[in-house]
Design a protein around this ligand. Sequence first.
Ligand code: HEM
Length: 383
Amino acid sequence: MSSASFLRMVGRRNIREVAGDDHRRVRAMMARFLRLDAVKNYVSAMDDEVRRHLRAEWSGRAAVAVMPSMKSLTFDVMCTVLFGLERRGDHAAVRRELSSEFQQLVRGIWAVPVNLPFTTFGKCLAASRRGRRAVARIVEERRRAMMPRGGGDLVTHMLAEGMDEEEIIDNVVFLMVAAHDTTAVLLTFLLRHLDGNRAAYERVAAEQEAIATQRRRRGGSGSGSALTWDDLAGMRYTWAAAMETLRMVPPTFANMRKAVADVEVGGYVIPKGWQVITAATMTHLDPAIFPDPGRFEPARFEAAEAKAKAAPPFSYVPFGGGARVCPGNEFARAETLVAMHYIVTGFRWRLAAGCDGGFSRHPLPCPNQGLLLDIEPKEYNEL
Ligand code: HEM
């Protein structure tokens, strides 16, 4: 259930719009690519993309605008891992085209739906059409190359499941929107919060340096060997800091649901057919649930603390909840931890002069000046 602009940009048959059996079918198909045991196999490709990105966009620079950098990183990870788009040959051009069209498409999702050539909506709709044509070409290429039992990428898998072209394109476009901006926001605000919280930064740095040392001991040093799933399992405090960032700045501002029957909540009846919006910040910033909610305190999410002071069900909802809870949460976790490992072990950072560190929502949180950081390489890093 989405806005008119969202539907025009993304298409009517994406996973968010379908219900009942159709929703279960599409969700099960995506879950095969996003569940834990599948994500374990993506760690090495994520590792390669992160190092490649930091070498190209961070090494040798004195400052970096984090938000655009993280958007381009997460877009690349998604193209490689989910859609099997290579960096060479025809695919390189397709990646560039998709990246530029999708940046524009995303702006259109929140634009006033007035379709004229000079309005934001009109321009973004044109970008959406071009982006959809590029996805259609990928679908056609995969159809021609298809093995009888499907293949390793999501589009081939969708074809093997018997989805028609329109349904595939709508879902690929949705995933391209859902899978990269959200994680880019998380990474950006995690760096921002660590800059302002020395004690938390020191603990994240110590955890990541210890993992780097273990890798060197087992012979990974300089050899380009990738992080493993076990390495990620050891990044507990880093993930607690990420969860705390998601509490304070949830990338998705609100969730929408439609009542399929009359339902009573807290003494109020929501009649069938009404639409309900829930805002994560209502509970995330409630002092009765998270004491001193304005304080960045990753320990809230460390195992022992979290167990002692468990928040009530559905009060911590950066990934939503229920039958539609985000199926990409493990993917996002792995991607965030891999990126944090190389950023933290590779660089020191602080807010650049002139960057105020504030943000506004459009409706995803956008840091002012793209979050401009001064960066400095560490003496020893494994990029
Ligand atoms: C930090 C990163 C992310 C955040 C904060 C996030 C957040 C969300 C939220 C709040 C929802 C709505 C849940 C609901 O209605 O209850 C959602 C849905 C969804 N997300 Fe994510 N997401 C993230 C990353 C990803 C990634 C990486 C992927 C895929 C690779 C993904 C795929 C999806 C899909 C397919 C849905 C629709 C699920 C459905 O309707 O059944 N997300 N996400």
